[in-house]
Design a protein around this ligand. Structure first.
Ligand code: ADP
Length: 613
């Protein structure tokens, strides 16, 4: 089973590997993200603690210094009705100090908790006349020398930090001085994205917060008794302290923990944050930061995307490699198949070549055999012609012999009678006849001579005259009309004996065809081609023409229409073979007006070459 050419087990293994790698990467990224957050949170807490400390430090000593002011001591020591006169100086002083320090207000409180002088004595909302006896910073300052307190102003309704210090004359406590400072500059300075910072006081109430909605809410539900205390101190201007909705979930490393808190960017929703805290300069207070986990989550997503990307690249590469390998394997297979086909082809070619060679050898052998048999046929043909000639010769020789015998007998009679002149005349005729016979035998000798292999210029007219001699008596007996139109100087490339044999054959066939025909006639002629390179010889008769069945095989051996004992069917086969030997061509046609015509196209031999013979 495969998927895109990859075995299923490999696909499954890759998937498992990918899931494991993705899970590990996500986990590691989460841890690293949280560690980075924790580190950033710790820095942030250090920074906030330092800024809070420096902010508090700036104002901490302010009430103590004011408490040493003689005019204030005098004012507090004076009976109430004597104070009016002393107030302007104190008010001026308080106003100057407040302006210089940049605090909200500086005031003087008598032992009853009444504010008798304040830097804002002349403002619409003045502290003068308010009673702060219930405020812990006041009671603390009287009992312990100084007090500090986050609270909301009962007059102004503005949150602030209150510092107070006892005013003493020797050991006697006369009253207290107090300074109120704003905390909102800190809040705006601490406000950074993806993070909330807050200061939680000893009651577990958020007193400074970069998220305004969280201010004056409690991290944990406040016990009823404590609620009463808070109400009594009007610390939060009599507000009911609501629950923030904070729930500690689980610890992370380096003192950080997860907590559920309201989502500051989506009011009404809750969210999980990483929370860290540091103790604030004032005992019991704590600075806390809530860190948005989205950066850690983003790192997780990045890690996941990275692993997925790497996996996808690896998968694609793997797939590509598998496909490529498959293509290569296929190609190799195809090459192999091609090679095998080639091998087969080569083997077949070799076999065929061998078979062809064998065939060629056989052909060559056959050709040799054929040539041998042709030679034999030429020879046999000559014998056949000789046979025919023998018949002719018998006639040719018998006739003169009979004549000679008669002439001799008559000559003896003439001698006995003393008629020597007649006897001599008879002897002269005998001599003539013998001469003719000698001529005939000379011709036969020439014919029987072994033909030359090479060609020489031969006179066609001469060759024809020799052949004609052989059939002379027959032509005469059968009253065949011979028309010959051959220029005496017509020379052809041939071998004299063989050329005679050719013409004897053709003439013999023509005579055979004319046997018993009316007005037998044979025409012979020769014509030079226009460029004088060839000589075309023809012999035509007015016989019955060539049998159409024979025509196509005319020049093949043993093709004959003649009765047994009259023809072997070798004549034309030998003739064409001889003609080929001259470099000439033989052809036969039936003439339109009846009769057959044979033509031989010889290579012309010029007159000069015959002279050189
Ligand atoms: P053969 O004369 O022994 O039959 P040839 O090879 O000379 O052998 O001739 C083959 C045949 O061609 C003859 O039997 C004859 O039928 C035919 N042939 C040859 N010459 C002529 C011709 N001039 N007219 C008609 N037929 C001919």
């Amino acid at each position: 089973m495969t998927m895109l050419g990859v075995p299923l087990w490999a696909v499954a293994a890759s998937a498992v590997l990918y899931l494991a790698a993705a899970a590990a990467a996500v986990e590691v990224a989460w841890h690293r993200g949280l560690d980075a957050l924790t580190e950033a949170g710790a820095h942030r807490l250090d920074l906030y603690a330092a800024s809070l400390r420096s902010e508090l430090g700036r104002y901490e000593l302010l009430p103590a210094i004011a408490a040493r002011q003689d005019s204030i001591k005098t004012l507090l020591a004076a009976p109430p009705d004597a104070r009016r006169a002393l107030l302007p100086a104190v008010d001026d002083y308080l106003q100057a100090v407040n302006r210089d320090a940049g605090s909200v207000a500086v005031d003087v409180i008598d032992l009853n908790g009444d504010v008798i002088a304040a830097s804002n004595w002349n403002q619409a909302v003045s502290f003068v006349g308010t009673n702060v006896a219930y405020r812990p910073y006041f009671t603390d300052s009287l009992s312990a020398g100084n007090g500090r307190f986050f609270g909301i102003g009962t007059n102004t309704g503005e949150p602030g930090l209150y510092f107070a210090s006892a005013v003493r004359d020797g050991q006697k406590v006369l009253g207290a001085t107090a300074v109120k400072i704003r905390v909102d500059p800190l809040e705006s300075a601490w406000r950074v994205p993806n993070e909330a910072a807050m200061v939680v006081d000893g009651n577990g109430v958020v007193v400074i917060s970069t998220v305004p909605a969280w201010k004056f809410t409690a991290l944990a539900p406040i016990a009823p008794q404590k609620q009463q205390q808070i109400q009594a101190s009007r610390q939060y201007a009599g507000r009911k302290v609501d629950n923030l909705g904070y729930a500690r979930l689980g610890d992370w490393r380096n003192g950080a923990w997860f907590a559920r808190l309201p989502d500051w960017s989506h009011p009404g929703r809750e969210r999980r944050y990483l929370v860290m805290s540091r103790s604030a300069p004032q005992a019991g207070d704590a600075i806390m930061v809530a860190l948005d986990l989205s950066t850690a989550r983003r790192q997780q997503q990045l890690a996941f995307a990275f692993v997925t990307g790497v996996f996808l690249i690896a998968a694609f590469y793997g797939l590509y490699a598998v496909q490529r390998r498959r293509v290569i394997v296929e190609r190799l297979k195809a090459q192999d198949a091609l090679q095998r086909a080639n091998d087969r082809l080569e083997a077949t070619v070799q076999q065929r070549t061998a078979a062809l060679q064998q065939e060629i050898d056989e052909r060559v052998l056959t050709e040799h055999k054929l040539r041998d048999s042709q030679q034999q046929l030429v020879h046999a043909g000559k014998l056949a012609v000789l046979g025919q000639m023998a018949a002719g010769l018998t006639h040719e020789i018998n006739q003169p012999l009979v004549a000679i015998r008669t002439l001799c007998d008559n000559a003896r009679t003439f001698f006995e009678r003393g008629q020597s002149a007649q006897a001599l005349a008879n002897l002269a005729r005998v001599g003539k006849l013998v001469e003719n016979m000698a001529l005939l035998t000379a011709e036969l000798k020439a014919f029987a001579r072994k033909p030359e292999a090479s060609t020489v210029p031969v006179s066609l007219a001469d060759a024809l005259a020799h052949a004609r001699l052989i059939y002379d008596s027959r032509i005469r007996d059968e009253s065949v009309q011979l028309d010959i139109d051959i220029a005496p100087d017509t020379l052809v490339a041939a071998e004299p004996g063989r050329l005679q044999q050719v013409i004897v054959n053709l003439l013999g066939n023509a005579l055979d065809a004319l046997t018993g025909r009316e007005a037998p006639r044979i025409r012979m002629g020769a014509k030079r081609s226009d460029d004088a390179a060839r000589v075309t010889f023809f012999i035509a008769d007015n016989g019955p023409g060539i049998d159409p069945h024979v025509l196509a095989h005319l020049f093949e051996p043993f093709v004959t229409t003649k009765p047994r004992g009259h023809g072997l069917g070798l004549g034309l086969a030998i003739t064409s073979r001889i003609v080929e030997g001259f470099g000439a061509r033989i052809a036969a046609v039936n003439l339109g007006g009846g009769g057959a015509q044979f033509t031989i196209e010889f290579v012309a031999a010029n007159g000069g070459s015959i002279d050189s013979e």
